[in-house]
Design a protein around this ligand. Structure first.
Ligand code: NAG
Ligand code: NAG
Ligand code: NAG
Length: 334
């Protein structure tokens, strides 16, 4: 589901909007922006693997599943991630401020993982930092003839009065509804996504299909996620605790594929972190950390203010409740 909000100094309005959207219990949400879009198809089926929205880019070892997320606390860095299917290849990002003119290079790292009898492609993650605010950057990844080029825009300097347009998407999946949702979102003109959990719904599958559906989802969202940061938080569909497949490490696929800038906010867990972007202070919490023996990973070092957007996904299996906590602003964590 997409939602677009514009941040101004009164971020409390956003909290109200968020509640309005997800709980449908707040009346007279007055911050304005929304879409009349309502998804139509129900129940909805996953798009077949050979559909063009999942197309693999041409060329030997061509980068795919490209996505970016904010890479630091204040919005002057991005983490660029992509997958190469055939061999590790290069983890280098070339970038610059004018098209085809890549004056700078950053070097990332590569990893892979397995899930039951699935082996992932080579997952590259590269931090590009020291960027200027409010600047369009072009970037290039991959080598030989199989390189690919994208761009992104850095946010304006942090200031409580700077307008900025966030989209809120959650529960996306990879159905035909997901496709129309994503297309609607991309027409909204929003500048960054706050993703509130439940990405690929790959846990509907078994065996190697779980990994395969993470890959299709990565290719599916690339049309947006390669060009603007998606701020990730995990939902219950990311847990993938599947002892019947011998898979008992919670969030294995998610954590291997969707890095977050948690160290920049002094968090010990990628599931918990905070960023600031333009006029927003975004705090991502995870309801599922105790799952599978996770302990409470850190004491929140942040001071909550009226400029905070707290994203706290609270989803119980079979119930699908999304809960945004605003009282945290006044009462502290509970
Ligand atoms: C990662 O890739 C290497 C090199 O191709 C391979 O030997 C290894 O088995 C892979 N690791 C996993 C966890 O699949
Ligand atoms: C993975 O295991 C499933 C179930 O045993 C099997 O149907 C499938 O062909 C296997 N796939 C691979 C790539 O080994
Ligand atoms: C959780 O901890 C208990 C006790 O240390 C251990 O027996 C169990 O295997 C752990 N479970 C998981 C999923 O790690």
């Amino acid at each position: 589901m997409p939602k677009v909000v514009e941040t101004q100094s009164m971020l409390l309005q956003i909290l109200i909007l968020v509640f309005f959207f997800f709980s449908a219990s707040v009346k007279n949400g007055n911050a304005g922006i929304t879409s009349t879009f309502i998804r139509s198809e129900w129940p909805s089926n996953d798009i077949p693997l050979d559909h063009e929205v999942f197309a693999v880019p041409k060329g030997h070892n061509a980068p795919q599943q490209v996505h970016i997320t904010q890479g630091d606390y204040d919005g002057k860095a991005v983490i660029i991630s992509w997958v190469t299917p055939d061999e590790p290849g290069s983890s280098k990002v070339q970038y610059g401020v004018s098209k085809k003119n890549y004056d700078f290079t950053a070097e990332g790292a590569v990893r892979n993982y397995s899930f039951y009898n699935y082996t992932s492609g080579y997952i590259h993650q590269c931090l590009v930092d020291g960027l200027e605010y409010d600047t369009k950057y072009y970037y290039k990844i991959g080598s030989g003839d199989s390189y690919r080029e994208f761009w992104f825009q850095t946010p304006p300097q942090i200031n409580p009065d700077t307008p900025y347009k966030f989209g809120i998407i959650g529960d996306l999946g990879q159905t035909y509804n997901s496709l129309s949702t994503l297309e609607h979102y991309m027409q909204s003109g929003a500048q960054a996504v706050l993703f509130v959990g439940d990405l690929a719904y790959a846990d509907r599958y078994m065996y190697n299909d779980v990994g395969i559906r993470w890959d299709t989802w990565g290719r599916f969202v690339e049309r947006s996620a390669a060009y603007q940061p998606w701020t990730w938080s995990a939902g219950n569909h990311e847990i993938e605790y599947m002892p019947y497949l011998g898979e008992v490490i919670p969030f294995k696929s998610y954590l291997n594929r969707y890095p977050t800038p948690h160290l920049a906010s002094k968090s010990s867990s990628p599931l918990w972190y905070a960023i600031r972007r333009a006029s927003a202070h975004i705090i991502v919490l995870s309801s599922y950390s105790p799952f599978g023996n996770f302990s409470f990973p850190f004491i929140l070092p942040y001071k909550f203010s009226s400029h905070s957007i707290v994203i706290w996904i609270h989803t119980t299996v079979g119930q699908g409740t999304t809960f945004y906590c605003s009282s945290i602003l006044q009462q502290g964590l509970h």
